[in-house]
Design a protein around this ligand. Structure first.
Ligand code: HSE
Length: 304
């Protein structure tokens, strides 16, 4: 038996929601096929794919599966074929989507009846393969789809933030490769913050969530602003400050760093001067000497 899962790109944090908020979009999707197989030279999890680490414990799809096999005492062997379309290391949830797809496929293949939150518990382990620490925001968005908030991590509990808004996204994906980017970006986040900046970020987070829920774009415009995590990581995406200031002037709904970057996510609607934004970004990136590509998408409902 073979199970095929398609998992979409995701953007985590959304400004003030570090490790809390994320959304799934249809900019890119990975495909994962899992089948029960014979044991290959003592190797119970065989991974085949373009540009992915073949060793299960170093692979975002393999690592959560090791944990799942141990916990459920699954003795069979599987082969996983991964077709990666989400750009790796770009901040678009590439590792999270592999982890989520792997757990969703195993859930079906071995009839485990895991809840979505239980799937998050395993899938978030997959993030350790690339970032050294588990974080649940990207995998929650992969599993739940739409806009999601992670309200507890131990045990994981996530919720969809219902929105009627016709959200549209432009991703600015720079052509830069930062080795061990997520690990590095997480090490840049401060250990402590002042009460003042904590309150400011909480206020923004509340505005952002109210904005999605009520459909009031001004609440998102005010709320999608982070003075802690994005700021601490600015040296990884120095073009961001200028993009943000200019794009907001052209009436975007919001701008944030997608996950740990370097991709920048722009939310726009009919009131936004989209062509003005495209021209401005071309200009900014040209003078920064960075080539990039743009991708346009809308919200995705999650795995298929
Ligand atoms: N919340 C995580 C971070 C997402 O910003 O480190 C990484 O994709």
């Amino acid at each position: 038996r073979k199970i095929k899962v398609k998992a979409y790109s995701t953007s985590a944090n959304l400004g003030p929601g570090y490790d809390i908020l994320a959304l799934a979009h249809n900019a890119f999707a990975d495909e994962l096929v899992m089948e029960i197989d014979k044991i290959h030279a003592g190797n119970r999890i065989r991974i085949i794919g373009n540009n992915v680490p073949p060793e299960a414990k170093k692979n975002s799809a393999g690592l959560p599966l090791i944990k799942l096999f141990n916990e459920f005492d699954i003795r069979e062997s599987v082969t996983i074929h991964i077709t990666k379309n989400i750009p790796v290391g770009s901040g678009l949830g590439s590792s999270g989507s592999s982890a989520a797809a792997s757990i969703a496929a195993a859930n079906e293949l071995f009839s485990l009846s895991l809840s979505r939150d239980e799937m998050i518990r395993f899938a978030m382990e997959g993030e350790c393969a690339s970032s050294g620490t588990p974080h649940a925001d990207n995998v929650a968005a992969s599993i739940y789809g739409y806009v999601v908030s992670v309200n507890s991590v131990n045990p994981p509990r996530a919720y969809n933030i219902k929105t009627e808004m016709d959200l549209r996204f432009m991703s600015i994906i720079p052509d830069v490769h930062i080795p061990e980017k997520t690990k590095l970006a997480r090490s840049m986040v401060p250990f402590s913050i002042t009460m003042e900046s904590g309150i400011r970020n909480s206020r923004n987070l509340a505005s952002l969530i109210s904005g999605f829920a009520s459909g009031k774009r001004d609440l998102i415009r005010d709320g999608m602003d982070d003075g802690i995590v994005e700021r601490s990581r600015l040296s990884l995406f120095p073009y961001y400050t200028s993009i943000k200031a200019n794009v907001m002037k052209k009436n975007a709904v919001g701008v944030c760093v997608s996950g740990a970057g370097p991709t920048i996510l722009i939310l726009y609607d009919n009131e936004t001067d989209l062509h003005g934004i495209e021209d401005k970004i071309d200009q900014i990136m040209r003078s920064a000497g960075i080539t990039y590509r743009r991708s346009y998408s809308t919200l995705s409902g999650g795995m298929e």
